[in-house]
Design a protein around this ligand. Structure first.
Ligand code: SAM
Length: 513
């Protein structure tokens, strides 16, 4: 084999060539985001610090890509200690060239689906390092989920929720590939530490193996590529945990020199619902992630004061002969929206069965009286009915003025119930110039994203799909729940949701801003 640095330089060049030959969507589907070489080196150096120099290394990477970890293994461990190296890669696009690159080394590469491979009876892995594909559950069809769930149950005795991403299945399935006492380091999203689907994974980590250390990177360091913004490295040993075991939790800095270190007893971990908060100084850890509020200004829709008076149908406007220029299209309540994407006609009005318009005129009364007698008459009917005395109207000048809101491309419903097959909150892609009432939250992209959206119309759709794919548990966990299972979410609560998945859609350069 040529010297290690030449092979590594060739590998890095090959990685970017292979990545560029695929679209972002194709890479998302198989979770194809390579580990940066420096991080791979840190991880293998750390592995060596936990690994006995007397134990032969039988190395396994179940999702090897071009072999970022293998390259780092060859540098971190003496060749004499490396007894066996096995890799799996589902995609021949990467697999074939990886096989060629490492052909004169001990790597045994299987170009096939790791989750369907049979684990060996003997010579199991003493060192497993993996950055598994981060594929969200929405991309796994239900037959595939059932197969994976059965496999996880067989391999590790874990019952995984259907909301778990592919990385959770990898972690559990790999259990039966590990030698007794074997060491594993998993570079995975830190999400499992806080969400409901992560509970089974956490229980596995606390009972079936000895959880040694979880290091969480500080996303604000922005030292990683897009897909790794909120990652953690989970270190475990395949043996029963000792009594009174404590786990090292670190945050920020590097694996070897973290910014925050805590040693937490298993009993406390069992009781803690959100593990990411365990390493925070004072603020919840979620506050150190970039959140939706860093990407969007989120406002509640318009509170009209009296919808019946201020929001009219075209037929009512017509019958009262009111001036159309004093009205702005407004979306009907979410229950009248059959689809979550709203198209517009050539005037920008939403194409919907239920068409509504909000009276948006704040001209002074005498101007209205002179210019729009019919509207003046309508406002007088409001005064006669006492509308101008209602709380919101009383606090506005003139009383019929409305809060000003521009149309928002993205909206979220403000409240809802969780029923079979439906989510409590829906994100809406609004291609019309309609604004919205306070049954919606309006998401206005911050200027650096607004520019990107103008340049790339497909991006709005991807962001919308990603928002709709946010785990409902995460949304309801941040909002409030009322009797009868009614969930509500205020702008600040929506803003508090981690923005990792949306960030992953943005060009890397944007993250540096
Ligand atoms: C996050 S990348 C990591 C690649 C490499 N280990 C690294 O760290 O740079 C995950 C890799 O797993 C591969 N992959 C996805 N699904 C797989 C499966 N079911 N079995 C084996 N490999 C898979 C992808 O093609 C991709 O190359």
């Amino acid at each position: 084999m040529s010297d290690l640095s030449t092979v590594e330089a060739n590998r890095i060049e090959m990685q970017s060539r292979l990545d560029l030959a695929k679209s972002q969507a194709e890479r998302n589907k198989l979770g194809q985001f390579a580990t940066p070489p420096d991080l791979a080196a840190d991880i293998l150096d750390y592995a060596r610090s936990l690994f006995s120099p007397e134990t032969p290394v039988r190395f396994l990477d179940p999702a090897i890509g071009t072999g970022a970890f293998y390259a780092a293994l060859l540098r971190a461990f003496p060749a004499s200690q490396i007894a066996e190296v096995v890799g799996y890669e589902i995609d021949p696009h990467y697999g074939q060239q990886t096989a060629a690159l490492w052909s004169d080394t001990p790597l045994r590469l299987h170009i096939t689906d790791f989750t369907q491979a049979s684990s060996p009876d003997a010579h199991k892995a003493t060192l497993l390092i993996c950055n598994p594909p981060y594929v969200r559950h929405h991309h796994l069809d239900s037959a595939e989920k059932q197969r994976l769930q059965a496999q996880v149950w067989r391999a590790a005795g874990v019952r995984l929720s259907g909301l778990a991403g592919l990385y959770c299945y990898f972690l559990c399935i790999a259990h039966e590939w590990m030698a007794d006492g074997g060491l594993a380091g998993w570079l995975i999203p830190s999400e499992f530490m806080d969400v409901n689907y992560g509970e089974a994974v956490k229980e596995y980590l606390l009972s079936a193996v000895t959880l040694l250390h979880i290091h969480r990177f500080d996303p604000d360091d922005v030292q990683f590529d897009d897909a790794l913004v909120s990652s953690a490295v989970v270190w475990l040993r395949n043996e029963a945990p000792p009594p009174d075991h404590t786990v090292k939790f670190t945050y920020g800095g590097t694996l070897a020199q973290p910014r925050i270190t805590r040693h937490i007893p298993v009993s406390r971990l069992r009781a803690a619902r959100k593990w990411t908060q365990l390493t925070s100084d004072s603020a919840p850890a979620s506050q150190t992630h970039l959140r939706l509020t860093d990407l969007f200004t989120i406002k509640r829709g318009v509170a009209t004061g009296t919808n019946k008076f201020f929001i009219l149908t075209p037929a009512q406007i017509d019958a009262l002969q009111l001036p159309m220029e004093c009205f702005t299209p407004i979306l009907p309540s979410p229950r009248y929206l059959n689809a979550d994407e709203i198209h517009a006609d050539d005037q920008g009005n939403p194409i919907l069965d239920r068409k509504l318009f909000l009276l948006t005129c704040d001209l002074p009364p005498d101007t209205i009286e002179a210019r729009y007698p019919t509207l003046w008459g309508y406002l007088q009917s409001g005064v006669a009915a006492g509308i101008h005395e209602r709380y919101l109207c009383r606090h506005r000048t003139p009383w019929y003025a409305q809060e000003s809101r521009l149309p928002a491309r993205l909206l979220c419903t403000y409240m809802g119930r969780r029923t079979e097959g439906s989510k409590p909150f829906r994100f809406i892609l609004n291609r019309s110039k309609a604004i919205a009432a306070n049954v919606y939250l309006m998401l206005y992209p911050k200027p650096f994203i607004a520019g990107l959206l103008d340049d790339d119309p497909a991006l709005a759709r991807s962001i919308w799909e990603t928002l709709n794919a946010i785990d409902p548990e995460m949304l309801t966990g941040n909002g409030r729940t009322y009797g009868g299972g009614l969930h509500k979410m205020e702008p600040g609560e929506l803003g508090n949701i981690p923005a990792g998945d949306v960030l992953a859609l943005l060009p890397h350069a944007v993250l540096l801003i």
